[in-house]
Design a protein around this ligand. Structure first.
Ligand code: AMP
Ligand code: FE
Ligand code: FE
Ligand code: ZN
Length: 288
């Protein structure tokens, strides 16, 4: 099945794309392995990609080892929150061997695992019987999340689609939702900088709150994700203006997860040489 998926992705790409700085693998909640993702990117002719799994850096080395022609930027998409609001910060060029970062991620992922059990328990109270041990086993992931529960809901016929699973059971306003471990974005941004990463506000269009975006900039975000599948052209334009006004880096990526739906086209959107040059310059000047 995956082979078919690879072939169709390679064939359907006509335009030359340069970089995709937002990609998930099955090390977090994506469906394809880092090696499979890298293989597709090679086929698409992408020059640079970033593996940005949620709260884990486990996919970076396998991607780097399997890649011949694609440069892999080490990265991670870290979760923060203010109350029930989920905020994602991309961290590029992070020192992914740093012991303190590893401890932080291990602890965060243990909470993610406990959350699978807590949400399963809440669902069991209304007669939805899922086996959390099976969810964990099937996922084979280092960073378990709601998509893994959604796949079990689909497998056992409680929903007809992943989308329905999120609407009925997993959305943050549903009674079965359990938030992730608490960490304020101000603290997270400071920690990313300590770990020599470049903090970039992920999909600001999903946040859809300019005051909050400004707060994240004031906390020290160095960049903003301008190009993302959830952004329309007006939002792209607005985020470029915000970037210029605040002298921020601009990034873009597909937020690829490998499952059918919105986030399923590697390199679409992506970003160009100009943005890659800027982020590499930033890394050299500020973080070396
Ligand atoms: P978590 O990190 O466990 O809170 O899960 C968030 C992840 O769920 C996101 O990164 C997406 O991969 C996925 N997700 C969120 N909302 C939806 C949705 N409406 N449909 C499908 N996947 C979603
Ligand atoms: Fe995800
Ligand atoms: Fe995200
Ligand atoms: Zn993402």
């Amino acid at each position: 099945m995956i082979q078919g998926n690879l072939a169709s992705q390679e064939k359907s790409s006509r335009q030359k794309i340069y970089a995709d700085l937002h990609i998930h693998t099955n090390i977090s909640d994506g469906l394809l392995s880092p090696e499979e993702v890298t293989q597709i990117c090679e086929g698409l002719g992408l020059s640079i990609i970033a593996i940005t799994d949620h709260d884990t850096v486990g996919g970076i080395k396998p991607a780097q080892q399997s890649s011949k022609n694609v440069e892999i930027i080490p990265a991670v998409e870290l979760s923060a929150n203010i109350g029930s609001l989920d905020i994602h910060i991309l961290a590029y060029f992070i020192d992914y061997n740093n012991g303190e970062l590893m401890d932080y991620l291990d602890d965060f992922c243990q909470h993610r695992m406990a959350r699978i059990f807590k949400m399963s328990e809440k669902l069991a109270q209304v007669g939805i019987r899922l086996d959390p041990d099976e969810i964990v086993r099937m996922a084979g992931s280092q960073a378990l999340g709601r998509p893994h529960i959604a796949r079990a809901l689909l497998k056992y016929g409680y929903v007809h689609s992943i989308k329905e699973a999120f609407i009925k059971y997993l959305g943050c306003h549903c009674p079965y939702y359990v938030p992730k471990k608490e960490i304020h974005p101000k603290r997270l941004i400071q920690m990313i900088k300590k770990w020599r990463g470049i903090p970039v506000i992920a999909h600001p269009g999903i946040l859809n709150d300019e005051n909050l975006i400004q707060r994240l900039i004031d906390y020290g975000a160095a960049g903003i994700e301008v190009w993302h599948p959830e952004h329309n052209s007006l939002q792209e334009k607005r985020f470029q203006e915000i970037a210029e006004k605040n002298r921020l880096l601009m990034t873009g990526g597909s937020d690829y997860h490998g499952f059918p739906g919105t986030y399923n086209r590697l390199g679409q959107p992506g970003c160009g040489r100009k943005e890659i040059t800027a982020i590499k310059e930033y890394q050299k000047i500020y973080l070396q």
